[in-house]
Design a protein around this ligand. Structure first.
Ligand code: RBZ
Ligand code: NIO
Length: 342
């Protein structure tokens, strides 16, 4: 699914969006029928029942199954870090990629605990994106190619895709993308990220405002917002979400940064994220606002603000359980349990 030579690279992305499959209504009907027979009061598993239905709808399976879940982390570096908008130096991006490979990060432990596969995609870390206060982060060809690269995350017969990121400075570009897509002042969209104090957050807002001014007049097209104000890991996440849709793989999206990338697709088509669930509510303050714009309720709210796919990976434990519960439970008839009294 690399961009073809049919025209501008973004045209290939738009063509995929126009061709997105919809939910499998027959699979949903089958899950609902079976759900009603399982040995529990109707509706007693709350949102877990909805997760089983969502899995079936997008997998196109009458019985949902999660046997090959994958966490994909995309890592990128950002030119805007020259303005001191993170509590950590940008060298930490590469160092954390090495830490992921060595098994020392939080996400490695979550993957062990829940038996999730993990792949880390390093996106030209030695080539930071453009400084968004004065130039676009990426040109169109690089942005489209990075989206195409992100599509590779769906390979290998996976049946659940969990998306996360690593990139010092990326809560700044996420804020810029969110503001570019939904408007409002930069102060609405920035937060402490890795741990800025109030003065640091105010400076970060000023930098995002500068970026918005620099690109004003070019932000009507969501893909332009992505390439001008975003970064490689955001582009790759957007590509991965789109490829997952085409391959009928349900997706779990992590915190503020991953949600900002997803929001680009939502602005292109309000149904583009129907195959996605939002794993958690990040403590990054603007994540709640962004989810409200998308009209979505996250699965977990644990006060986490780590990134690297951690909140979505924790939610993958719930999604695995939802599939197992639905597939494995006995029906009233099978178990000889009496149904509801008349
Ligand atoms: C050691 C360490 C591990 C991380 N894992 C994820 N992030 C998270 O923090 C970064 C975004 O925050 P900001 O915009 O403030 O730089 C991203 O790399 C994100 O995934 C980390 C950050 C650090 C320091
Ligand atoms: O919610 C996130 O994605 C997040 C929050 C803080 C730092 N990095 C990522």
């Amino acid at each position: 699914m690399l961009p073809s030579a049919t025209g501008l690279p973004f045209d290939d992305i738009r063509a995929l969006i126009a061709a997105m499959p919809s939910a499998d209504a027959a699979a949903v009907a089958a899950v609902r029928a079976r759900e009603a027979q399982l040995t529990k009061p109707a509706g007693s598993l709350g949102r877990m029942e909805g997760l089983a239905e969502w899995l079936s709808a997008w997998q196109g399976r009458e019985v949902p199954e999660v046997r090959r879940p994958l966490v994909a982390i995309f890592a990128g570096n950002h030119g805007v870090t020259r303005h001191g908008i993170s509590a950590f130096p940008s060298s930490v991006t590469q160092q954390m990629v090495e830490n992921f490979a060595a098994g020392g990060a939080a996400i490695n432990q979550i993957c062990i605990a829940y038996d999730l596969g993990l792949k880390v995609f390093d996106l030209a870390l030695d080539l930071p994106t453009g400084d968004i206060t004065v130039e676009p982060a990426l040109d169109e060809a690089a942005c489209a190619a990075t989206m195409a690269f992100g599509m590779e995350a769906t390979a290998g017969g996976i049946d659940l895709l969990v998306l996360g990121e690593m990139g010092i400075g990326n809560t700044t570009v996420a804020a810029a993308v969110a503001a570019g897509l939904f408007g409002g002042p930069a102060t609405d969209w920035v937060g402490p990220g890795t741990g800025l104090d109030a003065e640091g957050v105010a400076h970060k807002a000023a930098i995002v405002q500068q970026a918005l001014a620099c690109h004003a007049g070019h932000l009507d097209d969501p893909l332009e917002v992505l390439r001008r104000l975003g970064g490689r890991e955001l582009a790759a996440i957007a590509g991965a979400i789109l490829a997952a849709r085409m391959s009928r793989i349900p997706v779990l999206i992590d915190g503020y940064v991953a949600t900002a990338a997803a929001a680009v697709l939502w602005r292109l088509d309000h149904h583009a994220l129907d195959h996605c669930q939002f794993g958690h509510l990040s403590a990054e303050p603007a994540h709640g606002l962004l989810l409200a714009k998308l009209g979505r309720k996250p699965l977990l709210d644990l006060g986490m603000r780590l990134g690297e796919g951690s909140g979505a990976a924790l939610a993958a434990g719930l999604v695995k359980a939802a599939a197992q519960i639905h597939a494995g439970m006995a029906t009233f008839a099978q178990a000889g349990v009496s149904g509801r009294s008349e």
